[in-house]
Design a protein around this ligand. Structure first.
Ligand code: 5GP
Length: 189
């Protein structure tokens, strides 16, 4: 997606050879117009695949997931990182190691909102080593639901998450794939 790549170039900051900061439009401040275009693009890519639900991880996946759900006309569920007092139903949980925070979170979804007949599209902001997506896939499997695919806003192609998922037969659609962040410079595939 050209507008996304342009936005990364103009407003992204390379923090190290492996980490890109996009707080200006995705991870802190959110650009709604860009999110809408992102949602429309994911919806176009996955239309006709029978998606009944979008599942993401709080908090940065929610904006692109919402816009995709709006366009596809399906509900959006975000896995929670902290257990809430209102999360009283049977929980589907998985452990996810966070790349940027260097900590493991137990993520949970109520079995009320993810059921066997669901066909799930997973949306997330970044794909690095694939831990977040694999954790959500684990929860989808526990629910007995099926997977339509994975939509990623920014994939870091030099880390192995994309390869792990694709070699396991998962359809992964990334709107921008970064090949390198060396020398504070973003190189797209
Ligand atoms: P993974 O689970 O694929 O290893 O990492 C993906 C998760 O870590 C994403 O949900 C995202 O929140 C975070 N993440 C990984 N790499 C980056 C990065 O370079 N920049 C930002 N902002 N978040 C990242």
């Amino acid at each position: 997606m050209e507008r996304l790549k342009q936005k990364i170039k103009e407003e992204g900051t390379v923090l190290s050879n492996t980490v890109l900061k996009v707080d200006a439009f995705l991870n802190h401040q959110i650009d709604p117009v860009l999110m809408q275009e992102i949602g429309n693009t994911f919806a176009e890519l996955f239309k006709g695949t029978g998606v009944t639900k979008i599942v993401t991880l709080e908090s940065s996946g929610i904006a692109p997931a919402m816009m995709t759900g709006l366009q596809l006309g399906v509900p959006v569920v975000f896995a929670r990182k902290r257990k809430s007092l209102t999360l009283v139903d049977q929980l589907l949980s998985a452990n996810v190691y966070s790349y940027t925070k260097n900590e493991t979170n137990e993520i949970s979804v109520s079995n009320e909102y993810l059921i066997k007949k669901d066909k799930v599209l997973i949306i997330d902001d970044f794909l690095a080593n694939g831990q977040a997506v694999l954790g959500i896939m684990n929860i989808v499997e526990q629910a007995g639901a099926s997977l339509a695919g994975v939509g990623i806003v920014i994939e870091k192609g030099f880390q192995d998450g994309g390869e792990v998922l694709r070699t396991n037969g998962v359809r992964v659609e990334s709107l921008a794939i970064i090949d390198s962040l060396q020398n504070r410079n973003v190189t797209f595939r």
